[in-house]
Design a protein around this ligand. Structure first.
Ligand SMILES: *Cc1c(COP(=O)(O)O)cnc(C)c1O
Length: 384
């Protein structure tokens, strides 16, 4: 076996003989206590103090004025895009290297994605590629950026912070401002990640986080919309809670809304997880340091470190193999030996639903697709 030593090394980190998953949640604080408290209160569903507290904790951590909890990250993204006005007249610029949720949320708005390349170091939307596309293919009409090829409005730019590594979000934000396009960050993977000291998700007009079971912290399933805009925050709460007009007993709804609210029992889990977030992040950073040191001695493998000017949460550690052949051997050997590793997502432009989507050069995503592999990244207390 070509990668025997690396597989043994990963095993030694987790000190366990059976299957080593890619990422497992860790419950080491008040999770059981808060969930029990929630059950005892009978307020397990759509209202309760844990939802409010969880929202406050996330807003404070991210540094935005408002946070609105949702049933999952995809729902948060859907509403974030809707809030900035994305509809069937629109296209949304995103990267083809992302989890399907980004493109699903765009599709739920009846809009179409446009795929722009990423940078190799951040694996997130490239500001240069974005600007090159906007310059060549769009025109400004009455303050609105229109795609000359399709006649559609560019309704939003939606970059994603891949595996928790921030993209060059400040430059992306500047370009969006110049072309008057709303910015919606898919920050699902990047709770605890900063660009130039500012938390990811705080750059967008509206942004979205996920608390799915495989993310840095979890509520079982859950998401969060964040924004500094009071009107958008109010509207986010309104349409994620069936657009019900407040009234002590009457049921009146003033538009088509969504049942996207996060149940209180999930929020109870979220509050306990938020209390441990700093500790979890510290362990992840330590883990990344151990991997970086180990792989620095392997000339044919590159550990993916946080890009310049940023601090990554190192949600999922990643390495780059020398080519697709080496990648395939690595994946096969690890998975056969019970150490879970996986390639990056199949690029969005290769999926049947998005194969005809307009795109710029895809040189870097295709380069990364051949090389990048995620390696086990769980908090180590779970296994010890
Ligand atoms: C996890 C994730 C989401 C949201 O997923 P949910 O499972 O709906 O919470 C969105 N975008 C990306 C890139 C993700 O990784």
């Amino acid at each position: 076996m070509r990668y025997r030593e690396t597989i043994d090394f990963i095993r030694s980190l987790y000190n366990m003989d059976d299957f080593i998953p890619l990422h497992t949640p860790v419950f080491m604080g008040n999770e059981k206590r808060y969930v029990e408290e929630c059950i005892d209160s009978t307020f397990v569903s759509s209202v309760g103090k844990f939802v409010d507290r969880f929202e406050e904790m996330v807003a404070e951590f991210v540094g935005t004025k408002y946070a609105i909890a949702t049933v999952n990250g995809t729902a948060a993204l859907h509403i974030a895009l809707k809030l900035v006005g994305v509809d069937e007249q629109c296209e949304v610029i995103t990267q083809p290297l992302t989890f399907i949720a980004t493109c699903n949320a765009i599709s739920y708005c009846n809009a179409k994605p446009v795929f722009i390349d990423v940078d190799r170091d951040t694996m997130g939307l490239s500001p240069e590629s974005l600007e090159a596309f906007l310059k060549e293919y769009t025109t400004m009409q009455n303050g609105t950026c229109i795609n000359k090829t399709t006649g559609k409005k560019i309704g939003a730019v939606a970059p994603m912070h891949t595996f928790g590594h921030p993209c060059r979000i400040e430059e992306v934000a500047e370009i969006c401002e110049k072309y008057r396009i709303p910015l919606v960050e898919d920050a699902a993977e990047s709770l605890g990640s900063y660009y130039k000291g500012r938390h990811t998700g705080a750059f967008g007009t509206v942004s979205a986080f996920s608390f799915n079971g495989n993310k840095t912290i979890t509520t079982g399933g859950g998401g969060m919309i964040v924004t500094d805009d009071e009107a958008l925050a109010k509207r986010a709460k309104h349409i994620t809670t069936t657009a019900k007009v407040p009234h002590p007993y009457e049921y009146i709804h003033d538009e088509i809304g969504y049942n996207y609210r996060l149940p209180n029992i999930n929020a109870a889990l979220g509050c306990a997880q938020m209390e441990k977030l700093e500790e979890i992040l510290a362990d992840k950073r330590q883990m990344a340091d151990i991997y970086r040191k180990y792989f620095s001695k392997k000339p044919k493998i590159t550990f993916v470190s946080e890009p310049e000017s940023s601090k990554s949460n190192y949600w999922l550690n990643a390495i780059m193999l020398e080519n697709s052949e080496a990648r395939d051997i690595f994946l096969k050997e690890c998975n056969n030996a019970g150490v879970m590793t996986r390639p990056i997502w199949r690029l969005m432009n290769r999926l049947a639903m998005f194969k005809d989507v307009q795109h710029g050069s895809l040189e870097n995503v295709e380069w990364l697709e051949e090389r990048v592999v995620n390696i086990p990244s769980s908090h180590r207390s779970v296994q010890c």
